[in-house]
Design a protein around this ligand. Structure first.
Ligand SMILES: Cc1cc2nc3c(=O)[nH]c(=O)nc-3n(C[C@H](O)[C@H](O)[C@H](O)COP(=O)(O)OP(=O)(O)OC[C@H]3O[C@@H](n4cnc5c(N)ncnc54)[C@H](O)[C@@H]3O)c2cc1C
Length: 408
């Protein structure tokens, strides 16, 4: 293998380039990305960056790092076509870049619901550094923000805006917050925490249109029953869709993401996919697509190892995720979806821990401001419920026992 091309210079694309070098790849690495600047982290965009505006602090590595590792970065450049027969990627300027292996790390884009008024000034979305800068500018003169969507990004933004003394209303179409990713118990806890921060949260409420003022700027949101929620900043945070176009047009199998096998390879052995865009076999065998730094980074490491060592071990990292919402750090180990049993562990200080089981095994653990318990939980995912029972649900002790058993 002489040349690897990576499309997408986000969290996963960057890690793939670095991991290839760490695994000893000495050939050419070309990264093609349509954003400006060096690869950066997205998580602080809805958190620390809003307060600090410090874009340099987001960078994954400085420019000199890529020069030293002989990683070529082609920024502000969109890959427009894959010619699988010739093993070439074409960019918008019609240049063709040959590859021995291609890694698709194209991430996701925000879903924009079909609401009238979305083009009004003051209607924002948050995915990129450029989006975050626009929101920062607007937030400085905002009095009331309306957030459409009660998922992670909407809620992180809400907590941050409340801390900046901006009034906030969150409109969520479903019956609970963060429903796709956390248990009903955790949704309820965060509803209480956000309301205590002063955020108005409307559940089971569909946004119907963005209202505008005489100048055409956003003036709030009308909901399905006709009520009007006034606001001078409207954040649309209604989830993302994977960037599959390039892969789909090249004939690769796609279904809510680029379908990959257990080694993160597409149905073309010369092409892998990772991170937000990759749908890989989950614990139940069905394709799972995760939107998390951990998945993007671990996928990248796995692909680099496979390419350099021809390992056949399937990808099986325990998923974990965090979300900082004001003073609350929510951490999830495992996958909370499809759980069939739930145990709440009260904590002497702080919020309870939620244990979720599937078919008698621990499927996920949700914690708030308890990083030690979260770390212990990562060792316990898939352990039988009896292991926890045997240790009176002391996660640290149970994790110690599981680790000791794995060593022997
Ligand atoms: C505001 C925000 C907060 C977040 N907070 C958290 C958090 O707290 N914890 C957590 O785990 N995760 C968080 N995430 C999610 C996390 O950032 C993503 O899961 C992660 O960035 C995915 O990495 P990726 O490499 O798959 O995609 P990305 O980082 O999105 O990178 C994909 C890149 O590919 C580019 N691209 C797409 N198509 C093309 C093309 N045809 N040609 C060239 N370039 C292309 C895109 O523009 C983008 O730059 C957050 C995301 C956002 C937006």
């Amino acid at each position: 293998m002489q040349r690897v091309v990576i499309v997408g210079t986000g969290q996963g694309g960057q890690q793939a380039a670095v991991s290839l070098r760490q695994e000893g790849f000495a050939g050419e690495i070309l990264m093609i990305g349509d954003e400006a600047g060096l690869p950066y982290q997205r998580p602080p965009l809805s958190k620390a960056y809003m307060a600090s505006g410090d874009a340099d602090a987001l960078l994954l590595k400085p420019a000199a790092f890529y020069e030293r590792l002989l990683i070529t970065l082609l920024g502000r450049t969109r890959a427009t076509r894959i010619d699988r027969a010739a093993q070439e990627v074409e960019t918008e300027d019609k240049t063709r870049h040959g590859y021995d292996h291609l890694i698709l790390a194209t991430g996701a884009h925000n879903f924009r619901p079909p609401l009238p008024g979305l083009e009004a000034a003051g209607v924002m979305e948050l995915r990129t550094l450029a989006d975050a800068e626009r929101i920062r500018q607007r937030l400085g003169r905002s009095r009331h923000a309306v957030v459409v969507g009660g998922g992670f990004i909407g809620l992180e933004f809400a907590a941050m805006a409340r801390a900046a003394n901006v009034a906030v209303t969150v409109i969520e179409a479903g019956p609970r917050l963060m429903a796709r990713a956390v248990s009903p118990r955790m949704s309820d806890l965060f509803l209480t925490l956000h309301r205590a921060m002063g955020t108005a949260v409307l559940l089971d409420t569909m946004a119907a249109a963005v209202m505008t003022d005489a100048s055409g700027a956003a003036a709030g949101v009308i909901v399905a029953d006709g009520s009007e929620i006034a606001g001078d900043l409207v954040l649309i945070a209604t989830g993302v869709r994977p960037n599959v176009e390039l892969a789909a047009e090249a004939g690769l199998a796609c279904r809510n993401g680029i379908l990959v096998d257990g080694s993160l390879q597409t149905d073309d052995p010369a092409i892998s996919a990772l991170g937000d865009v990759a749908a890989f076999p989950g614990p139940s065998g069905h394709p799972v697509r995760l939107e998390s730094v951990q998945a993007a980074v671990d996928h990248a490491r796995h692909i680099a190892r496979r390419l350099m060592t021809s390992t056949t071990t399937p990808y099986s990292a325990v998923p974990w995720f965090w979300s900082d919402q004001g003073p609350y750090k929510l951490q999830i180990a495992g996958l909370a979806t499809d759980a069939d049993d739930c145990i709440l562990l009260p904590q002497a200080s702080g919020e309870p821990v939620v244990l979720l089981f599937r078919e008698g095994r621990l499927a996920a653990v949700e914690t708030i401001n308890a990083p030690g318990l979260h770390m212990a939980a990562r060792h316990l995912i898939a352990a039988p419920a009896s292991v926890l029972e045997a240790h009176d649900y002391d996660l640290r002790q149970a994790a110690k026992a599981v680790r000791a058993e794995a060593i022997h």
